[in-house]
Design a protein around this ligand. Sequence first.
Ligand SMILES: [Zn+2]
Length: 181
Amino acid sequence: MSATELGAELDTNALLPGAQFIPSPNCDARPPGVSVELIVIHAISLPPGEFGGDGIECLFTNRLDPEAHSYYAGIHHLHVSAHFLIRRNGEVEQYVACDRRAWHAGLSQWNGRERCNDFSIGIELEGCDESPFEEAQYVVLAHLLQVLRQTYPIIAVVGHAEIAPGRKNDPGPCFDWSRVR
Ligand SMILES: [Zn+2]
């Protein structure tokens, strides 16, 4: 998947053409009258530090086997999701339609506003604190940000760490913010 294979705009179901849609149950309606103004960048790898497996998909669809890895025992019960996941090779998976509220930010605050899930889009990059993100991920991320900016009145692009300081540190030290700002 390269950025040129992705749609230039969201479809009528608020899905990105070219992304693989894997519906997550971990979402609900956004509050009435609230517009999408924030994009939150995350990083995730499951098991931690390993790429390419089905752990993230299983987590976001409540199918993570607590016995498959010692780390999974502590997180398999979580009900979480994000709108998008950008894999190491640039392939995009969408778990929640953009007009729905994905459960990615948790306890959070931005610009004095709490519950960032209400008014944000969550984008996960498959990654960790020890490895630089891939060029293909930055290219696709830039395309995705452009699509979202032309769809919603986006005010800011922030990291999860910025809206949940002390609790989260993703996307972490390897993420190059100069690529998105
Ligand atoms: Zn996060």
